[in-house]
Design a protein around this ligand. Structure first.
Ligand SMILES: [Zn+2]
Length: 110
C-alpha cells in the first residue's frame, strides 16, 4: 500500500490543494472494490432490493466495482440492466471531493 506510487503525486496535480489530506495512501486512489481490490473508475447505483439479492451480506456495506457486481448478478440470473445507473468518476473528481470533505471537517472541528 504505502509503496504504491500515486499517479496524482507523480503528475503533480494540484499538490497545493491536496496538502490538507492527512494520508497520501488513501487520497491517491479511487475507491477500491471490496472483492477484487481494483480501483473503480465507473460507479453505479441499483435499487436496494437488487443490491441485496445480488450482493452477499458480508459485502453489502462495501464498494463493489461494476464487473464484480455484474458477474454476481449474472450468476444469480438477476436482471440489472434496466435498473442500474452509471456514473464515471475521474481521479481528479475523487480528489477534489476529498479535499472539500477534509476542509469541511476541519471547519466543523475548529
Ligand atoms: Zn471488483
Amino acid at each position: 500500500m504505502g509503496k504504491e506510487v500515486c499517479a496524482a503525486k507523480r503528475a503533480k496535480v494540484s499538490v497545493m490543494t491536496l496538502a490538507s489530506i492527512p494520508k497520501w495512501g488513501d487520497a491517491c486512489t479511487r475507491e477500491r472494490c471490496a472483492a477484487c481490490h481494483q480501483p473503480s473508475p465507473v460507479g453505479f447505483h441499483v435499487p436496494n432490493d437488487v443490491w441485496e439479492a445480488v450482493v452477499h451480506p458480508s459485502l453489502r456495506n462495501s464498494i463493489l466495482c461494476l464487473p464484480c457486481f455484474v458477474s454476481r448478478a449474472d450468476e444469480k440470473f438477476i436482471a440489472w440492466d434496466e435498473v442500474i445507473g452509471l456514473y464515471p468518476v475521474s481521479l481528479r473528481t475523487v480528489l477534489d471531493r476529498r479535499v472539500a470533505l477534509t476542509t469541511q471537517q476541519a471547519g466543523e472541528k475548529g
